[in-house]
Design a protein around this ligand. Structure first.
Ligand code: COA
Length: 326
């Protein structure tokens, strides 16, 4: 059976850069603490009038252009986001309209930081199953809109941005394996509590800042290392692959210490085999792996025939790992 490949990638990062030095003036933190504890030096912040779909459209245009395609060539649009423009209509419908794509299937996927891997996996199934020929998978997040800018334990971590990929059937390489998972029992470790049906918006929810991200960072940290390592194993083992067989790991960029621990568990050299751009953008949830993949391609870190492991973990909890031969 023919496989699904990525034939074009794109990204969009807002112009506004928020440095650690600027954060030192906002909360009780230091450049030194942020760099040593997380690896982040700066992050991008979208403009007030820039919503998730606006960033998604810009990343999509670049991905389509790199694939040599037009919006009319796309059969399905999947947007991974936890910061949609609004509850409904979906951000994917906004993207369909703004791109001028045909009236094709369009929907959002809400799996937090694992969203891009989930989106790619869904697109792979659609294409291999024969329902659709080409898919546009986008991860776009405006985390600055749900960040508590007075909470030093979270506000230093997140940023805004978008990445996109066009997928279709390929003759060589493509997606070799996928592993997805979830554990809802640990959902309270990372959540945005209010605004849904459990706790609708009220003056109280706003006063108590319940429309912003709440995270138990150090508990999550331990889960992240184990889950990402297990997910990597779950996807590589059935393919008969080991750490050495992977040319580059594109992980979700949550914390440089998590990624170093992951590399150690996998027995690979983090300098050579783990792609990092966390220092420039922080954690952009699902958009992190999408932008990382795009930049790894742009920088020539991925060559034809390379085997790439994408490995993500996030709120839900959710996780997703995927091996693709480029
Ligand atoms: N600046 C300075 N000090 C800070 C700080 C900041 N921005 N944020 C927290 N601290 C302090 C804490 O108050 C605590 O102080 P105390 O010891 O006096 O109580 C101390 O630093 C250690 O806090 P802790 O939360 O244990 O730090 P940590 O080493 O676990 O690092 C994270 C915090 C958030 C960077 C880290 O836990 C992490 O990356 N977690 C996982 C994130 C993740 O995977 N997210 C989900 C996937 S998207």
């Amino acid at each position: 059976m023919k496989r699904t490949g990525i034939i074009g990638t794109g990204k969009y990062l807002p112009e506004n850069v928020l440095t650690n030095a600027a954060l030192e003036k906002m909360v009780d933190t230091s450049d030194e603490w942020i760099i040593t504890r997380t690896g982040i030096k700066e992050r991008r912040i979208a403009a007030d009038n820039e919503a998730t779909s606006d960033m998604a459209v810009k990343a999509s245009k670049q991905a389509l252009s790199n694939a040599g395609l037009k919006p009319s060539d796309i059969d399905v649009i999947i947007v991974a986001t936890i910061t949609p423009d609004m509850f409904f209509p979906s951000t994917a419908c906004q993207v369909q309209y703004k791109l001028g794509a045909p009236n094709v299937a369009a929907f959002d996927v809400s799996v937090a930081c694992s969203g891009y891997v989930y989106g790619l996996a869904i697109a792979d199934q659609f294409i291999r199953g024969g329902l659709y020929k080409r898919a546009l998978v986008i991860a776009s997040e405006k985390l600055s809109s749900v960040t508590d800018w007075e909470d030093r334990s979270t506000c230093v971590l997140f940023g805004d941005g978008a990445g996109a990929a066009v997928l279709e059937q390929v003759d060589e390489g493509g997606i070799l394996g996928v592993h997805l998972g979830s554990d809802g029992s640990k959902g309270d470790l990372l959540q945005l509590p209010a605004g849904g049906s459990r706790m609708p918006a009220s003056i109280k929810t706003v006063e108590n800042k319940l429309h912003t991200i709440k995270m138990e960072g150090n508990v999550l940290f331990k889960h992240a290392v184990k889950i990402m390592a297990d997910a990597a194993l779950a996807v590589t083992e059935p393919l008969g692959m080991k750490g050495d067989d992977i040319d580059l790991i594109i992980p979700h960029q949550a914390n440089i210490r998590i990624l170093n621990a992951l590399a150690k568990k996998m027995g690979v050299d983090p300098e050579k085999k783990v792609y990092l751009n966390i220092e420039k953008y922080g954690n952009m949830s699902a958009a992190s792996s999408a932008v990382a993949l795009t930049e790894a391609v742009e920088e020539g870190r991925i060559k034809k025939g390379d085997r790439i492991l994408m490995d993500a973990f996030g709120g839900g909890l959710t996780w997703g790992a995927l091996v693709i031969e480029w």
